[in-house]
Write a protein that binds this ligand. Sequence first.
Ligand code: FAD
Length: 441
Amino acid sequence: MEKNEYDYVILGAGLSGISLATKLKKSNRTVLLEKSNEPGGLVKSIEINGFWFDAVLHLLHYHNPKVERQLKKIGGSVFKPIAPKADVHTSHGITKFPFQLNVGGLPKDLAIECAHDYIENAYQKPRKVKNFEDWLLQSFGQKMCEIFFFPYNNKMWKRPLKSLGTRDFVWNIQNYSIPKVLNGLFREEKKIEAYNANSWYPIPKKGAKKRCMGILIDKLKAPINQQIHLKEEVVEVDSKKRCVTTKSAHGIQHYYYKKGCISTIPLPVLQKITIPKQKKTNLKLNGVLYAMVMLKGKPYETTNLWDYFSDEEVIFSRIIYMQNFDPHSAPNGKWSFMAEITYKAEAKKLDPKKTAAKIKKNLLALNIVKSKKDFIDIEFVDHKYAYAVFEKSTSQEVRKVTKSYANKDIHLLGRYGKWQYQSMAQVYEEAVAKADELNKS
Ligand SMILES: Cc1cc2nc3c(=O)[nH]c(=O)nc-3n(C[C@H](O)[C@H](O)[C@H](O)COP(=O)(O)OP(=O)(O)OC[C@H]3O[C@@H](n4cnc5c(N)ncnc54)[C@H](O)[C@@H]3O)c2cc1C
């Protein structure tokens, strides 16, 4: 066997690549090629002068008890249950998350209109849903859409909601029964019901070497550390020669695969670097800019983990209070949060200076930060690949491309490899299933 010949070559060492590698039979020679200087992809911890942040905020939530057992075993006792308590700020008032279960926080007349339209809608004969806007209207009725679902989703997607498809966007929006929505008119304290209600997050002891969700990656990758090649960007995948080419500070390297290549890198990137050339597809996406805001002074008093903002005047769609995840995420006497700003990947890049100024202005106006002097610093982490945008034909196009790659022994995996909405637990589950399939073949 030549030095650079492997059974499996895995492109990308994010959660999906790492999970797959840990489950492939040990007898397989496997390598993971990662362009970044650290594994983990979106699941990384970031430390800035004693402040700890997640590269992207992650709560670990499960829908499959088997996956829950496996990931809890890997994570160990440092992972604790945490409830996704949050407020929803609209230009008509503030209410609890999820909005559709808590309209009672709005002014009384609006709350009644919301409930009325929801009920009226539920009794109408179902129509054929044409697009995402239509789906929202049919699911929640006119008033809830006017107050929250339209402005919030316009802000998230930055494109006409009518141009978006219906199927792949709705992973985090739930419908509830009429009695549950009516109960929300009275704002009773109740258990949080949402897709991520059963969530876990690492809370290590004070002084621990590492904090935040990157801990999960450290634990998961331990058995396969030696197989990960960092700072090697995949620049070509030749499906005929079964060869993957990478570029690094040491030059060009070629890796040959005997059994298969598994790509977890974003599908549009793979398509660009595959030879023979692939038929062009038009996959669109939104990025998310994470602002890591470091502060001194008295922290904002809230027990929420985060708050949503649907108003266009507020630049961020969500702010995340790090001290309520982990009390030791900031140095003594300081506090922090992260602000999420989505952007259209094909649009002009956001200017960090102007964005920081807007964030400060919004936070002072919202009274979340009391004084200009409380700001220590704001740093940005940009994730160009954050949200796949699904237009009407996207799923069909992706299915065709996936099939054509599979015929060449190139398997697509992961949230951006498969171009599908997947949580961490789903990414892990699919990687385990892929390993089972490959181990049998
Ligand atoms: C804003 C946001 C919030 C989220 N919140 C949650 C949450 O609360 N809970 C939850 O369970 N999930 C959440 N997710 C989803 C979760 O982040 C993903 O499911 C998971 O991280 C995807 O892992 P992956 O390995 O498929 O992709 P990635 O993490 O993107 O990994 C792909 C890897 O490929 C590498 N790569 C790319 N191009 C190349 C190249 N040319 N050569 C070599 N390497 C390359 C990248 O550097 C990266 O390391 C969230 C996602 C986003 C965007």
